[in-house]
Design a protein around this ligand. Structure first.
Ligand code: C5P
Length: 228
């Protein structure tokens, strides 16, 4: 029986035989045995992409920081804590057709991790931080045929900052979102995004469920593979 264009059955197969890698969630950067630095990432966007990729037939690997979400059906999840661990897990295998990094990786970690709990003393305490690897940037430096997609969560001059990241990190596409807009960003079930491709195409969407954003990203990624 003929299938209508864009029907569920047709969608189900578009990533068959493809390998998709996704990073998601926050990282945790330990200070001492009982404390860490982190952020408000819930992992929802990345998990929605992983679920959609698996549903579209991809062999899907999800490298995830600590979140409250279950492993989506058909997805292989690798749990990490720190940015360094996420970096090593990503670099261990880059043989993917599509790599999408949604993780809110901590840009800095405490310069030294105390082996004992830090005691309070009178007065202030200064924390010294050091840079974590920019995982997306590093993958961009070594990538070959992979379609590499990043996110830019911004609070101002959103498209300008996103375009700058697209170029600096050698991406095929960046998903820009203004996290100050209602219905976008951390914790929300919806997002308001613009896709910007390396070829300079801009595709702006109205507010959508993260599951719909996920499908749109994956369909665009497939079209970028076909163009390459
Ligand atoms: O530079 P910025 O952190 O805004 O870039 C965001 C994008 O880069 C996201 O796709 C995020 O997953 C990725 N990233 C990363 N490693 C970092 C920082 C960001 O992979 N250390």
């Amino acid at each position: 029986k003929l299938l209508a264009k864009g029907s569920a059955s047709e969608e189900a197969a578009i990533l068959k035989g493809k390998r998709v890698l996704i990073t998601a969630g926050p990282t945790r950067e330990p200070l001492d045995p009982v404390r860490y630095l982190t952020n408000h990432s819930t992992g929802k966007m990345g998990y929605a992409i992983a679920a959609a990729a698996a549903a579209m037939g991809a062999e899907t690997k999800l490298i995830s920081g600590p979140v409250e979400l279950g492993v989506p059906a058909g997805v292989t999840r690798i749990d990490i804590g720190t940015a360094q661990e996420m970096f090593e897990a990503v670099m261990a295998d880059l043989n993917f057709d599509i790599i999408i990094m949604t993780a809110a990786v901590a840009d800095y970690r405490p310069k030294s991790v105390q082996s004992q709990k830090i005691k309070k003393v009178p007065g202030d305490l200064a924390l010294e931080l050091t840079r974590n690897p920019d995982i997306l940037y590093e993958v961009g430096q070594v990538k070959d045929k992979q379609i590499l997609i990043g996110f830019a969560a911004e609070t101002e001059r959103v498209l300008e900052h996103a375009e700058e990241k697209l170029r600096k990190k050698n991406l095929d596409m960046i998903v820009a979102n203004d996290v100050t807009v209602k219905g976008a960003g951390f914790g929300s079930d919806t997002n308001v995004v613009t896709f910007i491709t390396a070829e300079g195409e801009h595709i702006a969407f109205d507010q959508m469920e993260k599951a719909e954003v996920a499908k749109a990203i994956l369909k665009k990624a497939v079209s970028l593979i076909n163009k390459a």
